[in-house]
Design a protein around this ligand. Sequence first.
Ligand code: GLN
Length: 242
Amino acid sequence: MNTDRPKIVLLYQSLLGIYGDHGNAVVLTKRLQWRGIDAELVTVEPGQKVPTDGAIYLLGGGEDTAQITAVRELKADGGLFTALDDGAMLFAVCAGYQICGKSFTIGARDEVIAGLGLLDAETRRGPERAVGEVLHIWTQPDGNTCSITGFENHGGWTELGSDAKPLAAVEVGWGNGNRRDEGAVQDRVIGTYPHGPVLARNPQLADHVLEIALGHHLEPLDLPEITALRQRRIDAARTGRP
Ligand code: GLN
């Protein structure tokens, strides 16, 4: 991995691109560029080789059947696994998060599909679809808590095994489906349900991802308009009034 010119690799938008989560890749790239770091955003589609020299890889949300194709293609390519072995990090949202687990089910048939096995997590169709604004409580590495705002829309509910830790605790919404824990963290893989895109709504989480990838602290960026918008969304999730 080249940390002078970090590569942000956005995977398979044609499969896992319907929820606008590509914005997470744009946010990460911009936040580095705003700090004078010459980051490069690379998009990779199925059939193209996944580069192994990326700093951060991103997967987004999508439909059930697209998830099966994404798993098959990523396994056949192998580049993502090589990159993670070499120290890259992966940030995956919703369908992208589900496929990182050991297995997930698809649609009404409840067919069990093997996942990428990067997270000790299994996803099964829940009794209800989890839809709506969310608010989660994320405990940052320094021990301080920070709200995560976003929007969830998923039929799969995810249960974590002992090797994966939740990313956050649920304040508003379903999270992993149990209304208690949300997302998963294991090694350098983070999975989470919120769209938004979540890294645009939550700059602290974006910088956390960047700090893990770069291996050093980043000074916060002062963007008052983002802070104000973020507060409005936190208030809206708490009151249920958009
Ligand atoms: N298809 C998955 C589900 O419904 C993921 C949906 C999504 O990515 N928003 O659980």
